[in-house]
Design a protein around this ligand. Structure first.
Ligand SMILES: [Zn+2]
Length: 178
């Protein structure tokens, strides 16, 4: 007689995600609920939004979908002219830090691609923080890391994103603080 000892190894459990679903009963349409409809969030980082006549529910979504379907984008204009204040019209001073790290408006395509890449990677890992929520939607902040051009030292900063339906995030602020 022989037998096998089945060993079980602890598996890291994937993060659990859910989708906000606004139930349309044809009565009142809360703009905030509508702005959350079909947005994907990690369970522990789902907006805490309820109001009197809210019929919204959270539906589980497979982490496989999160891993394979999330996308990000950013507009060229968020860097040129906005971040680098090419025409001196914003005077927000956000370009100073990037210039100190060795980046200029010539690096727009690199920064744009890097923020889109790291943005969606971190979102999928649940490495985001919930920001302002209103009629326009839920904002999240995501930490992005780049290398200083002079020393190669890694520096990081916060970027701001709007959460759109079905796992899409869009850059709204290329620099939202340290
Ligand atoms: Zn609702």
């Amino acid at each position: 007689m022989s037998y096998y000892v089945r060993k079980s190894y602890p598996q890291p459990s994937p993060p659990e995600w859910n989708m906000w679903v606004h139930q349309n009963y044809g009565r009142t349409h809360c703009k905030v609920c509508l702005a959350l409809d079909r947005r994907w969030f990690k369970k522990e980082k789902t907006p805490d939004w309820k109001h009197g006549s809210c019929h919204c529910v959270l539906e589980d979504i497979p982490y496989f979908d999160v891993l394979t379907k999330c996308t990000s984008n950013s507009a060229y204009s968020k860097f040129d002219p906005y971040l680098f204040d090419v025409h001196g019209e914003y005077k927000h001073g956000k370009d100073k830090l990037f210039k100190a790290w060795g980046y200029t408006v010539e690096d727009t395509m690199f920064l744009k691609a890097e923020m889109e890449k790291q943005g969606v990677e971190n979102y999928v890992k649940g490495k985001y923080e919930l920001g302002k929520l209103n009629d326009n939607g839920q904002r999240v902040s995501i930490r992005i890391e780049i290398a200083r051009k002079d020393t190669g030292e890694k520096v990081s900063f916060l970027t701001g994103w709007m959460v759109h339906p079905n796992g899409h995030i869009q850059l709204i602020t290329p620099y939202g603080g340290k």
